[in-house]
Every structure is written in structure tokens, then in C-alpha cells.
Design a protein around this ligand. Structure first.
Ligand code: MN
Ligand code: MN
Length: 325
């Protein structure tokens, strides 16, 4: 990875980390999902980066992939556990990270467990280390808490303008080869944690309001075509939300044409994912670059010196970036 690319990844990651710290204050009972995602996404833009996917607000047993629709009035419930999964990009260089806010004592440990599992997993990362080491580390930490990982939610590699690359990083032990961490590549590790009992997995829930271009189809309807062209121009291969197109078309017309494009399979709408046993779920996530010294976590705030000072120590950074100045 060259210096400019690393600098872009750091810009995306550090902006995300600043916003993620504020999110903890924004998530409170009674606050609308709609207001939280607006605060997050406006904050990104104020930092000079763009969202790389719609901000997820996933409450309790909803594990992933829910974002509010236009005008949605849903609010954060009392005594809940709330996962905010947020992403930025700087010219296609992506950061992806999540924080869980516990609004009840009974979920505090669930949050700590996910954070500790992530921290332990990041320690094992180095070039040549098997991807499957992550699941071993995560399981070891969670066992101490008497918790378990959700088996079919995984971390992933990240590529240019591509949130989910070809590599999957399970949070449970598996007996097959998934390859090795490679120097200069970018990944996200993200344990999802729930209570013990029958093995945990997620299943599809209702549509979650997150879309992606599925196929470059020849759309005939002129309104739907202009919308599809605009979507390709703005979001390319990244996931997006209907609310990001409100400036392009009035909401009712927009919704109608989005539905047309989904029907044509030009767009795909992700289902939100729910824990099969209805158990509450926590999540922690960081994005990192693999260096010869280990994981360089782009989404962790490291120092307040200028970006040029930080990246100038490449390629020798370890988990903690040192300031030259
Ligand atoms: Mn994420
Ligand atoms: Mn991710």
C-alpha cells in the first residue's frame, strides 16, 4: 500500500472514530432513529468524508442491517441494547466500525465482552496468520463471560469502493481453510455476541432500508432510468439509503421508482437480520490495515498530530501510531 492510499484510509477511519465517540451521547431512550442517522451522516460530511453505507441502528435482537426509512418515527426503547454500525469513505477508501450502547445494567457485560473479543482478535493479526485464528480468540474470550458469538455474522476484507471483499472472518471456530492475513490488505473484524443456550445465528427479518446496485440493467422507464443512473453515479458499488436521494426526486415518486428498480433486480434491498432465538445482541467492530508489525487500526483514535506526521512513520506502525512531532 502506498502512502497516499494509507493516508486516505486514515482520513476515513479517524473521521469515523471522532463521530463514533459522539454517538454514545446521542443514543438515548426516546430519540428517533432518524435523528441519530442524520447526526452521524452530517458529522461525516463536516469532516470531509462520505458515508460508505447507511448508518445502521439495530436494537436488541435485531443484529444488523436496519436503517430508518424516510420519515420514520421509531424511537430508541428504554432498557435496550443499541448497535450503531457506521461507515465512511474517502475517495473509495473505506472505514467500517460499530459501537454498542447499553441502556440497561443487564447488557453492560454483553457490550464489554464484544469489545474485549475484538481487542483480543486484533492482537493476533499479522501477515501470514490464518484467518481462522480470529474465531478461536473470540470464542475463548466469550467463554469466560458465558456468552457466545452469532455464528453466521462475520468480519470481512475491504477493497476499493467495496465494503465486503472476498474474505470472510468468522467469529467462531471452523475446521476449514479461509486463507491468511496479507500485508497491505484491509479488513474489518466484528464479533456479534449474545447469551448462551442453543447455537446462535441470524435469520432474515423485514427489509432493512439498505440498497445496493445489483446489476447494470437496461432500464426503460425514463424516470426509473434517471434515478438508476444517478444512483450509479453517486454510490457506485457501495450500499445506500433512500433518504440520500431525497434531493433528487420528491419522496413519493422516489419510493415508487425504487420499488420498480428492485422489481427489475437492478437494485437489491438487504433484509435486516434478527437473532433466531430473539436474544439481544451486542457488536464491536474495527477496520485495520495489516502491516508487518500487526494490525494498524484505522478506526481507533490515536493521536492529535497532523495526518502527514502520522503517515510518515509508515511502514513501521504497530497498533498504536506514534507521533513524530
Ligand atoms: Mn460495520
Ligand atoms: Mn463490517
Amino acid at each position: 500500500m502506498d502512502d497516499d492510499t494509507l493516508e486516505g484510509y486514515m482520513k476515513a477511519g479517524q473521521a469515523l472514530a471522532r463521530t463514533r465517540e459522539k454517538v454514545k451521547q446521542w443514543v438515548k431512550p426516546g430519540v428517533k432513529f432518524t435523528d441519530i442517522v442524520k447526526l452521524v451522516e452530517d458529522d461525516f460530511i463536516a469532516s470531509g468524508v462520505l458515508p460508505s453505507f447507511p448508518t445502521n441502528v439495530d436494537v436488541n435482537e435485531v443484529a444488523a442491517h436496519y436503517t430508518p426509512t424516510i420519515g420514520e418515527e421509531t424511537t430508541i426503547p428504554e432498557d435496550s441494547v443499541v448497535k450503531i454500525d457506521l461507515g465512511t469513505h474517502y475517495n473509495g477508501l473505506i472505514a467500517d466500525s460499530a459501537v454498542t450502547v447499553s441502556l440497561s445494567d443487564k447488557y453492560d457485560d454483553l457490550v464489554y465482552a464484544a469489545e474485549e473479543a475484538l481487542e483480543e482478535a486484533l492482537k493476533v493479526v499479522a501477515p501470514g496468520v490464518p484467518i481462522t485464528e480470529v474465531g478461536k480468540r473470540v470464542e475463548r474470550v466469550l467463554k469466560n463471560y458465558n456468552y457466545q458469538a452469532v455464528s453466521n455474522l462475520t468480519g470481512h476484507s475491504i477493497e476499493y469502493f467495496e465494503l465486503h471483499g472476498d474474505v470472510s472472518i468468522p467469529n467462531v471456530q471452523v475446521n476449514w481453510d479461509l486463507g491468511k492475513f496479507e500485508e497491505g490488505k484491509v479488513y474489518a473484524i466484528e464479533p456479534f455476541v449474545t447469551f448462551e443456550g442453543r447455537p446462535s445465528k441470524v435469520v432474515d427479518w423485514k427489509p432493512g432500508g439498505i440498497y445496493i446496485v445489483n446489476k447494470l440493467r437496461n432500464v426503460k422507464d425514463p424516470k426509473a432510468k434517471s434515478l438508476f443512473d444517478e444512483i450509479n453515479r453517486r454510490f457506485r458499488t457501495l450500499p445506500f439509503a433512500e433518504r440520500w436521494l431525497q434531493d433528487f426526486m420528491p419522496s413519493d415518486e422516489l419510493h415508487l421508482n425504487m420499488e420498480k428498480l428492485v422489481k427489475l433486480k437492478a437494485l437489491y434491498e438487504y433484509p435486516a437480520l434478527i437473532e433466531v432465538g430473539g436474544r439481544p445482541v451486542s457488536q464491536a467492530e474495527h477496520t485495520f490495515v495489516v502491516t508487518r508489525d500487526g494490525a494498524l487500526v484505522t478506526t481507533q483514535r490515536v493521536c492529535s498530530c497532523s495526518l502527514s506526521q502520522r503517515v510518515s512513520i509508515w511502514p513501521k506502525p504497530t497498533q498504536v501510531l506514534l507521533c513524530r512531532g
